[in-house]
Design a protein around this ligand. Structure first.
Ligand SMILES: NC(=O)c1ccc[n+]([C@@H]2O[C@H](COP(=O)([O-])OP(=O)(O)OC[C@H]3O[C@@H](n4cnc5c(N)ncnc54)[C@H](O)[C@@H]3O)[C@@H](O)[C@H]2O)c1
Length: 279
């Protein structure tokens, strides 16, 4: 099923015991919507026990009833002092003292502002959610992974992690930083059985993606967005021939990286963007 190519077909396990997730614990940040929700749903379908963390409320109706018993949600702002450490502690208490997988998905977009206009407030918030939180989450799960000499981390970066032409300076810097953190963790812990990779989604049909596709907002830096809009137009306009990427498609790539199929893949930044990053 990992290779089911239907973009929105939800995974249905074929067997009672799925070796990918059976007996394993995964933590997913940003699980209440978009890519994080799709990752939580797909990992649950693969029989992982999943701890979801999000600042927004979680709607349990979005999960299959059969999966409720293997899902534990903690609501909280992960930028608050101690929140990442507490989230991991709660997870260890819920599902036993193990963390096999961490998927850092929580993130916020900026308002496209550039180096000449970004506010301190926006810079601090975007860097905190998109870079500091993932690093603190990795710091908190690494002791569990090192103890077992086994673990997989996937960080959700963005095309903005390698391109300077698709977002504002805060978002761009945070995602470039996240790729650096990914590579550093991958190299440092490569002999501890721990892998750490990043995915770089293009424009995804989630809350963040829809806001951009919807067009200009008064909250955006319009001069800066004018420089970026033509680049977005190369991908973000959905059409029958080239529809926008779905959250589930990104989740499937993440699930592949989590699986043993990817056990030699470590420290990569994998675009999930239908060649947008090749521009
Ligand atoms: N949508 C896109 O086009 C796109 C493209 C490339 C990368 N991404 C990245 O994918 C990730 C997921 O984004 P999405 O598109 O699913 O958007 P989304 O807004 O649907 O999901 C982001 C989630 O993160 C949560 N979150 C935000 N701040 C938080 C905090 N302080 N503490 C805890 N949770 C917090 C939100 O409540 C939300 O549920 C982000 O890191 C984003 O940068 C998105």
């Amino acid at each position: 099923m990992l290779y089911n190519t239907a973009p929105d077909a939800l995974f249905v396990p074929q067997t009672a015991v799925d070796p990918l997730g059976f007996g394993k614990v995964a933590i997913v940040t940003g699980c209440a919507s978009g890519i994080g929700l799709a990752v939580a749903q797909l990992l649950l379908a693969h029989q992982f026990q999943v701890c979801g963390l999000d600042v927004a409320e979680f709607d349990y109706a979005l999960l299959r009833e059969a999966d409720h018993g293997r899902f534990h949600f903690t609501r909280g702002d992960l930028t608050k002092p101690g929140a990442c450490e507490d989230g991991v502690r709660v997870c260890a208490a819920a599902f036993g003292s193990r963390v096999d997988v961490l998927v850092n998905v929580a993130g916020v977009m900026d308002n496209f502002s550039s180096a000449d206009g970004v506010s301190d407030e926006l810079w601090d918030k975007v860097m905190a959610v998109n870079l500091t939180v993932p690093v603190k989450m990795m710091r908190s799960v690494l002791p569990f992974m090192k103890a077992k000499k086994d673990g997989v981390i996937v960080n959700v970066a963005s095309t903005a992690g390698t391109s300077g032409a698709v977002a504002g300076i805060a978002y761009t810097s945070s995602k470039h930083g996240l790729i650096g953190a990914t590579k550093n963790v991958a190299w440092r812990f490569r002999n501890d059985g721990i892998r750490c990779n990043a995915v770089l989604p293009g424009a995804v049909a989630s809350d963040i993606g829809k806001t951009i596709i919807a067009g200009r907002s008064q909250l955006w830096d319009s001069d800066a967005f004018a420089q970026i809009e033509p680049v977005h137009a190369l991908q973000a306009q959905p059409s029958a021939a080239a529809p926008t990427i779905t959250a589930l498609e990104v989740a499937k790539t993440i699930t592949f990286l989590v699986s043993d199929q990817a056990r030699t893949i470590n420290g990569v930044s994998l675009p999930v963007d239908k060649a947008w990053g090749a521009v």
